[in-house]
Design a protein. Structure first.
Lengths: 294, 790
């Protein structure tokens, strides 16, 4: 049984007024795809549920001067269908398409996926690879802009304060010519929490990789960037040999655990395999991105 | 003469309950709402094995909650499954136990005005536990000094002490096994394992119970057998059966998990009788996952075979970890022996099965009842044997399969009958063509990151549990058919539909017999007061056994109708026929060749009423004296990703020999559904327990207990289901079953396909990516070693 007070503000002004002085009890809810099962499992203390779904200003997906802005209430279905995202962040569209099932995707929001901060959060690796910024607003309208790599602290832990809300997520359109790729590997092709997921964005100069951004999910206490591997790749041509060395380097950057879905050793091995595939795919096919059986 | 041309049977039609299902109007147990109804929750054991020392319900009762504790319920030991005869029924449970034997076993029932209040009341109940040592592994459990899950149980009316946690043993021999092996050119022995899968039926178990003013009770349960639920409730609570009415409620899938009266029913009934108000109890998914699972198996299999591919002997030894209660392990072992014997001819055979108690959720029947487990082992072995003697796997199967004119053990050693219809050869030869069998190649010829392989597997299931002689299993059905005054027809049975279209098939049988359009046949609501006995809709018996009773009742009603018509038409009734007239929207009774001798069914029925002749109505009980096998064959292509170990089914051909197919689209759907579950059993589905806490490692959640979804299956164009062209002489209009057969051979087929792709034989299901990768690495290392040594 959940004891909760419920408010449904229709704009941010109303929202902050309604939670004034009660920030410590606030639980923001939108799609509720995580919140409801969590509450049922935890039997929590009485809380103030703040329903965000009426706040229209948090829904927009738009492009301004080379920056993509995604309102935190944008659903996975909307991300997967958005022309802007499919053009400028196809790996994010791919991750959105790979989350849950159509019912979940119609409800789950990008803000919720990030705020929940699962090490397996589907949208986190693409956002890390796209070097996204999380925009938040807290009590008395204090605003913050947090680089996504600083946002996650650990499993289900973020730098968000109580009562602080993700309003939007932005990322700069990757410089041309760039290529990207995303692979989610789970135990089935839908409704799966990833065993490993990989997102890469490469800036190419001829056949050399000028800049690489590589992000991984489900292989550390939080979604991570693989900086050492990026360095290994940068300035080099993408060859079988280089990919092999990347697959070796990446193992030093991850700290996978053994759980019901896979063993640590298996995750380590598959990270290398998927990384090679993602890099190869990005290098070869430019903007192509895939998920599922890779 | 057997009828082979049909007006209704075999046609694709719109399903009667379809609209209610897709519009959400269907009323399931959890939707039943009654005035003054309370909601129940159950306090469950957090421990795998513990004694309940005391229960204090005072705080909960102060809230106004009604509680039932172990010392308040009737102390009757029962078996929740009522399909076997009493002397072969092991009884080891009570409504609420004083010793809990698995995590999640219910101890105290609590009812309150709302579900939330009931939950709060459960939290206020105090239980003092004495923890007892628990055992989770069947081999550990059989050791001297292992914790005893049960001290004793009842077998029929006799107290049976339990030694070394062995719930029951079954041994079957034919011929002389030593002789059989001695004449073999090769002897092959292997061990196979299958997982402890969870049923994952859509609907969790639910029930509503209403105490009646006369001391009786009305029950709306999730159930595959309303009559067995009634009989058991009557016995436990000492109420005459005439006062126990169990209502048939649509079921959201079962896969065998409601053959027995579900645990929720007895608890809810106890609460309702105490509260003197209606009570509803719906299990959460977590509770449901601790309530039932598939029988896992460890099978040691040994075959003797001659160089020419003739099997000379077979020996199967199995250990089945049944969990905390013996729901139906004894018949299970018999059936496993039967599946083994009936797959391939063995002049000499031996079967030894042991069922072992452990402190885990109780296992029960799940689509195939031991057959997917046996077929996984046997079908894997057939490929091993084929390689040994240098034969094509299909040819080896054709040489040794049990077919036409031979004996089939439909439900263990006591249920035997002769096979009178068989589509095995047809399915194997057509299937081969469709999948491209001859182009599948050898594993050693395959290269690259992704390797594809094709496997074959065959099996069958019984159609019901009937037999010429009564055995250990009860099997018959009852049906009523009556003609209404407008020419429409009602039919009434206690059969269930689990989603496969059993009741739809019954309506088609009625329409066919009565010669009326299908939309004029109504499926009557059913409960135990208004219907004759029907054992249970299980064992793939719905159409073959239940349908036969329906056909018999329809024929009797038709006879009366034609007799009425003969008075009006002045024609001998034996000369009259009925045909459906779509334009008139009802049946027309006519004399062939005589235009003026025709009258509608409605006119006859109405006239019979007005003249006071009576109603054309008939009730028949019927037992099938055969249990024909519905054979099934799969050809499956998989693709193995040698870098991740992931196995993906890419193409499949699934065929069934169901005799006359009554609902072609639904039968094809069953084949596809069975294929999906079978692939899951092969590659994905299993449960495990934490040895310290006794909890399910998947957290009793569907997030981490996965079944395959539509997007994991081969694409529609790459998946073909077809039916063998057969006719079962003993079946209604030539029909046999489909349901369980659909998944029985799939896991073995997948294992064979994986072998064909990468040359590695997996003997333990599920074949997970991790296992595949590990085996590939070991195989690679072994090959490199061998090359170095060359």
């Amino acid at each position: 049984m959940i004891e909760a007070e419920y408010v449904a503000p229709s704009n941010l002004g109303e929202l902050f007024k309604s939670i004034e002085g009660r920030a410590e009890r606030v639980k923001f809810v939108a799609g509720c795809t995580n919140v409801l099962p969590d509450l049922r499992a935890q039997n929590p203390a009485p809380m103030l549920l703040v329903d965000l779904t009426g706040i229209e200003e948090l829904r927009r997906i738009e492009e301004n001067n080379g920056v993509i802005s995604i309102g935190s209430l944008a659903t996975m279905t909307e991300l997967a269908a958005s022309e802007i995202i499919r053009t400028h962040g196809p790996i994010l569209a791919s991750a959105a398409r790979a989350l849950g099932n159509p019912l979940t995707r119609n409800r789950a929001t990008i803000g919720g996926n990030i705020a929940d901060a699962s090490p397996a959060a589907d949208t986190a690796p693409p956002l890390l690879a796209l070097e996204a910024t999380i925009h938040t607003e807290g009590a008395s309208h204090a605003k913050r802009e947090i680089p996504v790599e600083e946002f996650f602290i650990g499993p289900n832990q973020t730098v968000l304060n109580q009562g602080e809300l993700i309003t939007r997520i932005t990322f700069p359109i990757p410089k041309d010519p760039s290529a990207s790729s995303h692979i989610k590997f789970g135990l089935r092709n839908a409704m799966a929490i990833s065993v490993v997921s990989v997102a890469v964005v490469l800036e190419m100069q001829g056949n050399l990789c000028h800049r690489a951004r590589i992000a991984l999910g489900s292989v550390a206490p939080k979604p991570i960037r693989a900086y050492l591997t990026e360095k290994e790749l940068e300035g080099r041509k993408i060859t079988e040999e280089v990919l092999e060395s990347c697959a070796e380097v990446v193992k030093k950057e991850i700290s996978p655990i053994t759980d019901i879905r896979a063993s640590a050793q298996y995750r380590e091995h598959v990270t290398g395999v998927l990384l090679k595939r993602a890099l190869w795919q990005a290098a070869r096919e430019g903007e192509n991105s895939t998920n599922g059986n890779i | 003469m057997e009828q082979r041309v049909f007006s209704t049977i075999g046609k694709v039609t719109r399903r009667k309950e379809g609209i209610a299902r897709v519009t959400g109007k269907e009323v399931f147990s959890s939707d039943v709402t009654l005035p003054g109804m309370l909601f129940a929750r159950v306090l469950r054991s957090p421990y795998p094995h513990a004694k309940v020392l005391s229960v204090d319900t005072e705080e909960a009762e102060k809230m106004g909650a009604i509680c039932v504790t172990p010392d308040e319920v009737p102390q009757i030991r029962y078996n929740e499954r009522q399909v076997s005869i009493p002397s072969k029924t092991y009884r080891d449970r009570t409504v609420l136990p004083e010793v809990v034997r698995h995590v999640g076993e219910g101890v105290v029932g609590v009812a309150a005005r709302t579900e939330a209040l009931a939950e709060e009341a459960v939290r206020r109940v105090k239980v003092e536990w004495e923890r007892l040592p628990a055992v989770f592994d069947p081999f550990e459990a059989m050791k001297e000094g292992a914790p005893a899950v049960h001290e004793d149980v009842m077998l029929g009316d006799v107290r049976l002490p339990i030694k070394n946690n062995i719930a029951c043993v079954r041994e079957v021999s034919e011929g002389d096994i030593e002789e059989g092996f001695s004449i073999a050119d090769f002897i092959v022995e292997e061990e196979f394992r299958t997982g402890r899968a969870y049923h994952t039926q859509l609907e969790t178990k639910a029930v509503v119970c209403r105490p009646e003013p006369d001391g009786g009770i009305t029950v709306w349960p999730t159930a595959q057998s309303i009559h067995n639920t009634r009989q058991l409730l009557g016995r436990i609570f000492d109420i005459p059966l005439s006062k126990v009415n169990v209502v048939r409620v649509p079921i959201g899938g079962a896969f065998g998990s409601s053959i027995q009266m579900n645990t929720a029913v007895a608890v809810c009934a106890a609460l309702a009788l105490k509260a003197k108000r209606p009570v509803k109890l719906c299990l959460t998914r977590e509770e449901d996952m601790y309530d039932h699972c598939k029988y896992p198996s460890i099978i040691r299999l040994k075959y003797g075979i001659k160089k020419d591919g003739t099997i000379t002997a077979g020996e199967m030894q199995t250990v089945v970890d049944i969990g905390a209660h013996n729901i139906q392990a004894y018949p299970l072992l018999g059936c496993m022996a039967g599946w083994f014997v009936s797959l391939y001819r063995m002049p000499h055979m031996h079967f030894h099965g042991t069922a072992v108690y452990t402190n885990k959720a109780p296992a029960c029947a799940m689509q195939g009842y031991g057959n997917p487990q046996v077929s996984f082992a046997v079908e894997s072995m057939m490929d091993i044997l084929a390689e040994k003697v240098g034969m094509d796997p299909v040819d080896l199967r054709l040489k040794n399969y049990v077919g036409l004119g031979e004996t089939f053990w439909g439900q263990g050693p006591t249920v035997r009958s002769i096979i009178r219809s068989c589509g095995v050869e047809e399915m194997l030869s057509k299937g081969k063509e469709k999948i491209g069998w001859d182009k599948r190649g050898k594993p050693e010829e395959k290269r690259g990151r992704y390797r594809r392989g094709i496997g074959v597997g065959r099996s069958f299931h019984t159609s019901g549990t009937g037999a010429p002689m009564p055995g250990e299993v009860i099997d018959y059905s009852t049906a009523m058919v009556k003609v209404n005054e407008d020419g429409s027809v009602d039919y009434l049975t206690a059969l269930m539909c689990h989603g496969g279209g059993t009741l739809e098939a019954g309506a088609k049988i009625v329409a066919e017999v009565m010669g009326v359009p299908l939309d004029k046949v109504g499926i009557s609501p059913s409960d135990t007061r208004s219907t004759g006995y029907d054992v249970c809709t299980h064992a793939t018996r719905g159409v073959y056994c239940g349908g036969a009773a329906i056909k018999k009742a329809a024929e009797s009603a038709k006879k009366i109708l034609l007799e009425f018509a003969s008075r009006l038409l002045e024609v001998n009734p034996d000369a009259l026929q009925i045909r459906p007239d779509e334009e008139l929207g009802q049946g027309v009774i006519f004399l062939e060749g005589a235009k003026d001798k025709a009258i509608t069914v409605g006119e006859v029925a109405k006239t019979a009423q007005l003249k006071g002749w009576g109603t054309a109505i008939a009730v028949e009980s019927h037992r099938q004296v055969n249990c024909p096998p519905c054979f099934v064959t799969n050809f499956i292509e998989v693709e193995v990703d040698t870098e991740t170990g992931n196995v993906r089914p890419t193409r499949a051909v699934a065929a069934v020999d169901a005799g006359t197919v009554i609902n072609p689209d639904l039968a094809a759907g069953q084949l596809e559904g069975g294929l999906c579950r079978g692939i899951g059993l092969a590659l994905l589905e299993d449960t495990d327990y934490d040895r310290d806490t006794g909890e399910l490692t998947c957290g009793a959640s569907l997030v981490d207990y996965k079944t395959y979804t539509a997007v994991d299956m081969p694409f529609v164009d790459d998946l073909e289901a077809f039916f063998a062209n057969t006719y079962e002489p003993s079946g209604p209009f030539g029909a046999k079953g489909v349901g369980e057969a659909a998944n029985n051979c799939t896991a073995g087929t997948v294992a064979n396909a994986v072998y064909n792709a990468i040359g590695i034989r997996f003997k333990e299901a599920p074949i997970t990516p991790e296992k595949v990768l590990k085996a590939l690495k070991e195989n690679g290392a072994a090959k490199r070693r061998a090359e170095r040594n060359d």
